[in-house]
Structure formats: C-alpha cells, structure tokens
Design a protein around this ligand. Structure first.
Ligand SMILES: [Zn+2]
Length: 276
C-alpha cells in the first residue's frame, strides 16, 4: 500500500506535468473503483478546465482547476498515476484517463480497484476540504505537528504509542512501516503507553519521523523519470529499513535480534535493548 512518501513522490512528479495543462478529453473503463466513478460529471466538469495546482493532504492527492473544480484522488492499495503519450496503448487496469492539451494522457491504473476518485465544485458553497479532512490530524512534515501538540493529545491516555501514531486523527498519513521505523530511531518501545512519554522524547520522535520521511521522499525522487515513462513500471523505491520486516535479524545498533509481534492487528518490529 502506498504510504505518505510514495504519495508525495507522485505529487511531485505530477507537479512537473499537470499545472497549466487543460483537460481535453476523458475516458474510463467503466469499472467501479472503491465506489462507482461519476463519469458524466468527471467529463462535464473537467473537460475544458485547466489545472492550477496539485497538492497532498494525508494520503490524498488534490488537483485544483481554474473553474473551481477539485479532484481528489486516493491510490488505495494498488493505484498508480502516470503520464503517457496519448497514442500509447492502454495497460491492463488503466481505468481512468484524462487527455491533456499536449497529446499526453494522465492515467489512473489500479489492479485491485481500492482507489478512489472524488470530484467537487467549490462553486456550490461548502469547502470540500473542510468536509473531507475535519478529523484529520496535522501533516507530519508541516509546522502544526509539535511536541506540545502530541503531549496534549497523549495526556492521560494509555494506548500504545505505535497505535497512537498510526491514528490519522492524531497525525496524518503515518502508516505501519514509518511508525515502526521512527519508533526504533527514537528509541521508544512500540507498546509504551502514550501518556508516559515526555516532551523531549516526543520531540526526538518528531525529528526522527521527519528525517525518515524526507529520506524516503528523496529516494523516491530519483525514480520519478521511470515512473512517468511509457512503461508504467517503477514508482516503488528501495528504502533502507532498520527494523521493518527484519524479524530475527540483528539490530543495526546493538546486534540483538529484532523481535516482532502483532499490535492492534499490525506487524510490529522492535529491538528490546534499544527501545524503552
Ligand atoms: Zn538494538
């Protein structure tokens, strides 16, 4: 499943291709994604509209248009976005295609069809972003995430810190991989009750989380040229993990074998010597 860094890499890749381009056509496979796509509306609102910007919130991509339409995309489990020459043949599972005014096409490919596409018109009043993200916590790479904020949200609570971090209402978009990795980097045991963590350790955790996410994004950045090629291959990148998926391997710091267990139903990896 794409995690936040991969979605951010896709955003940065698309930011080179989409802003300033006008949508000149739309076609779809007719198959439902997570929900049935509103093909008529997608055609009506977006054909003729020009892309102004592409943004990310949590694991959603937001495309702003000059007619105040807002396209919101989620990659789900297997969704991929790519820019292709318009004449190139479609690949299996290319479900939605937006033709651009430079003879290229934005294609949404999704094998398992858990992805989603939503379309809003800001002209209708209520700001769709407020509706969609009411319960979404601050971005991990944004200025609103601070030790004070986490300290306040954790105060008096006993849930394990790993589950707390993966709760999108607390922090946006931290998935299982990055929760495991940042807790190892910060030396905090995944099962530790959140209410027992002090300000300095929260700060260390935030610093480590940001460093790891930045590194993953930078690493993915080097594959952008492949990702937006004609083959649609690539896009996933090798990030060096310290503990994730490393059960039984020596801890990179102290050589103690990494242990694993299920926490809240999710695979959890840690070093019992380095993490307290
Ligand atoms: Zn260790």
């Amino acid at each position: 499943m794409p995690e936040l860094p991969e979605v951010e890499v896709v955003r940065r890749g698309l930011a080179h291709h989409l802003p300033g381009r006008t949508i000149t056509g739309y076609r779809s496979s007719g198959k439902a994604l997570r929900r049935k796509t509103a093909d008529d509306r997608l055609r009506l609102l977006l054909v003729g509209a020009r892309v102004v910007a592409i943004r990310r919130r949590a694991k959603y991509l937001l495309v702003d248009f000059d007619n105040e339409a807002l396209l919101v995309l989620h990659l789900g489990m297997t969704g991929r976005l790519g820019i292709f020459p318009a004449a190139s043949p479609l690949l299996p599972h290319d479900h939605l295609c937006w033709l651009l005014d430079n003879d290229r096409e934005l294609r949404f490919n999704d094998t398992r069809r858990f992805g989603s596409v939503m379309l809003f018109s800001r002209q209708k009043g209520a700001d769709p972003e407020l509706l969609l993200f009411t319960d979404t916590g601050p971005e991990p790479l944004g200025p609103q995430l601070s030790a004070s904020y986490l300290l306040a949200r954790a105060n008096g609570r006993t849930i394990p810190v790993k589950q707390f971090l993966m709760d999108g209402r607390i922090v946006a978009g931290v998935g299982n991989i990055y929760a495991n990795e940042c807790l190892f980097a910060a030396g905090i045991k995944p099962a530790r009750p959140v209410g027992t963590i002090g300000r300095r350790r929260w700060q260390r955790l935030i610093d480590q989380l940001r460093g790891i996410l930045d590194q993953a994004i930078a690493c993915g950045g080097s594959t952008i040229s492949d990702f937006f090629g004609t083959t649609g291959e690539g896009g996933y990148f090798q990030v060096h993990f310290s503990v994730y998926g490393k059960s039984g391997s020596p801890c990179p710091r102290c050589q103690t074998p990494i242990q694993s267990f299920k926490l809240g139903g999710r695979a959890t990896f840690f070093c019992r010597r380095c993490q307290r």
